[in-house]
Design a protein around this ligand. Structure first.
Ligand code: GLN
Length: 271
């Protein structure tokens, strides 16, 4: 069977997209798309066929492509991922951009609920002057984040912590977070990739605002005067976040939209 026939046979079985089938085959072959276009009439080996068919079957059962590949691109770099961490989303690049624009020179930055570590590692690699700390409740997630820091050579301080617990008494020049903000009743939790991601990284088990509220309430005592708190949230949570930020005494409270023109990040400055 040729590579072209191999992909075709998967498409005939349905429930898998051509693009995903191609990506999985390229992963098995350790080749790029240009190579496959030039060589798709070559015979696949028995081992290649077996490995590819096993991955395609898992994809058909809904497993996210990122978990099957073990990696996902974020801000131009490859991050290791596994089911212990949320798969980095392009939406989160907005949070990174806003943070890069607001982090003072040589600033001390904190990322809360770091998951794969995509946010703090990107901040450190884009801005070597920053001293970056990141924490997560999950030791399994931190293991992934540390593996990413090592493979990408990023110097980040990692802490296992329930929100601010491990940084008691510390003051930062910028705090960012992409916390679990999906409403527990949201149907999306039962669809697509989200079914396979850690539920503790997706939802607070309540209305989606509980962790955002916890962070907003505690952040002022960990920020320098004039320092920003930036939070990613759901498309319909902008107004609620601005209210919580204003109630916690933040100034310059505002919401930014992602490339899909959805409210995605809100923030404010400690007066
Ligand atoms: N900070 C990580 C990310 O943005 C993980 C976020 C999370 O698990 N809620 O991908």
């Amino acid at each position: 069977m040729t590579y072209r026939e191999l992909i075709q046979s998967q498409l005939q079985q349905g429930q898998i997209e051509r693009f995903d089938a191609q990506v999985l085959l390229l992963h098995v072959l350790k080749k790029n798309r240009a190579w496959l276009i030039a060589h798709d009439d070559e015979e696949a080996s028995a081992a290649e066929i077996a490995t590819f068919q096993a991955l395609a079957a898992r994809r058909r059962d809904g497993e996210p492509v990122a978990y099957l590949l073990g990696s996902r691109e974020f801000y131009g770099r490859e991050f290791i991922v596994n089911p212990s961490v949320l798969i980095p989303r392009p939406d989160t690049e907005l949070l990174v951009e806003l943070a890069l624009a607001r982090a003072p020179n040589n600033g001390k930055v904190l990322d809360l609920g770091t998951g794969s570590g995509c946010i703090p590692i990107t901040l450190k690699l884009e801005r070597g002057d920053l001293s970056v700390s990141a924490l997560d409740l999950s030791s399994d997630a931190l293991a992934v984040a540390q593996a990413n820091a090592q493979s990408l050579s990023a110097d980040v301080r990692w802490l296992e912590s329930n929100w601010f617990a491990a940084v008691a008494g510390e003051i930062f020049d910028l705090i960012v977070s992409n916390p679990p903000y999906i409403h527990a009743e949201d149907d999306h939790l039962h669809q697509g990739d989200l079914r396979f991601e850690p539920s503790g990284a997706l939802t607070d088990g309540h209305d989606g605002l509980a962790h955002l509220q916890t962070i907003i309430t505690a952040a002022p005592s960990h920020l320098q005067p004039g320092a920003w708190l930036l939070l990613e949230h759901g498309w319909d949570q902008g107004a609620a976040c601005r209210e919580m930020l204003a109630a916690a005494g933040f100034s310059e409270v505002q919401t930014w939209q992602d490339l899909g023109v959805n409210d995605r990040v809100s923030g404010g400055r400690k007066p």
